[in-house]
Design a protein around this ligand. Structure first.
Ligand code: 4GX
Length: 254
C-alpha cells in the first residue's frame, strides 16, 4: 500500500515511520510512505504557505495554491483508486471498521493541517473525507496521520507475524483484551492466576474470555451494549459479576 502525506514537517513523518512494526513494513517495501511539503510549491521568495483568515481573528490558515500543488504532486505518484483524507477534530471518529475500509485501498493521500486549519475550498475540492482520532485538540494533523497509517499498516497481510495477527482479532470481537502475565510466577506477593499455569487450554480460553467480558463491562459498557453475546459469554459475564460483588465487600471479621 502507498501513502502520501502533505505536511509542513516532512521529517517528522518520515522519521516516525522508520520505527517498529511500521518501520519493518517500510524496510520490506510492503508499504511506501512519501511526505510532500507545500512549502516546496510556494512561488514567492518567502515561501509563504499560510495567510490571515478572512473575517479576522487569531491564527493563520493554510493557503490553497501551494497546498493544492503539493496534493496533486503526491496524488500523481499514487495508484488509481487512492482516496484523500483530511485529519481534523471535526471529522468522523476513527474506528477499527474505518481502518479496515481504508486498508483495502491501493493508496491513501493524507492532508495534515497546521495553524487554525486549511482553506475550506481545498477541503471541498480535493478531500474525500475528514477523520478525527479523538475529541481533543492537537497542534497539527501529523500525529493523527501517523496514527491512521500505523493502524492500517498493521492490518495488511504479511506485516504482523501469525501470533500477533491472531491477537489483533481481540478488538475485532468488540471486547477489550484480557490481562497478560509473564515470569516470575510470584512478583511482590502478587501471584499469576493459577489457571494460566495449569496448562488446561480449555480452562485458559474460558478464563480469558471471562476476563475480557468483565473488563469490557467495567471499563467500556458502551462496547458491551453494542455486542450480541453467546450463551457461553453471558454465563461467563454472570460469573465475573458474581465474583466482583464478593471481592468488593470489606473483609469479614469472623
Ligand atoms: N483528530 N488536529 C487538524 C488543524 C485544524 C485546526 C482547526 C481544522 C480546524 C485532530 C484530531 C486535531 C489539530 C488536526 C488541528 N484543522 N486531527 N489541525 N483530534 O486535533 O484529527
Amino acid at each position: 500500500m502507498q501513502f502520501g502525506v502533505i505536511t509542513l514537517f516532512p521529517e517528522f513523518v518520515t522519521t516516525a515511520v522508520q520505527v517498529g512494526v511500521l518501520g519493518r513494513a517500510v524496510a520490506r517495501e510492503q508499504v511506501a510512505i512519501r511526505a510532500v511539503n507545500p512549502r516546496d510549491f510556494a512561488d514567492d521568495v518567502r515561501k509563504t504557505v499560510d495567510d490571515r483568515p478572512y473575517g479576522g481573528g487569531p491564527g493563520m490558515v493554510l493557503k490553497v495554491e501551494p497546498t493544492r500543488s503539493a496534493l496533486r504532486a503526491a496524488r500523481a505518484a499514487l495508484p488509481a483508486g487512492s482516496r484523500c483524507v483530511y485529519l481534523g477534530a471535526d471529522g468522523a471518529p476513527l474506528t477499527q471498521a474505518k481502518v479496515a475500509e481504508l486498508a483495502a485501498l491501493p493508496g491513501l493521500l493524507l492532508l495534515a493541517g497546521r495553524y487554525e486549519g486549511v482553506d475550506e475550498r481545498l477541503l471541498s475540492t480535493e478531500v474525500d473525507e475528514t477523520i478525527s482520532i479523538g475529541d481533543y485538540v492537537l497542534s497539527g494533523g501529523e500525529l493523527p496521520a501517523l496514527v491512521l497509517i500505523d493502524a492500517i499498516v498493521r492490518t495488511l497481510p504479511g506485516v504482523l507475524g501469525d501470533e500477533a495477527s491472531a491477537q489483533q482479532d481481540s478488538f475485532m470481537t468488540g471486547l477489550l483484551d484480557w490481562p497478560h502475565y509473564t515470569r516470575p510466577d510470584v512478583f511482590e506477593d502478587m501471584p499469576v492466576p493459577e489457571v494460566l499455569i495449569g496448562g488446561n487450554h480449555e480452562a485458559i480460553r474460558r478464563w480469558r474470555l471471562k476476563q475480557a467480558l468483565g473488563r469490557t463491562w467495567i471499563r467500556r459498557p458502551d462496547l458491551l451494549a453494542a455486542k450480541a453475546l453467546t450463551a457461553e459469554e453471558r454465563a461467563l459475564l454472570v460469573e465475573f459479576r458474581a465474583e466482583q460483588v464478593v471481592t468488593d465487600l470489606p473483609p469479614s471479621r469472623d
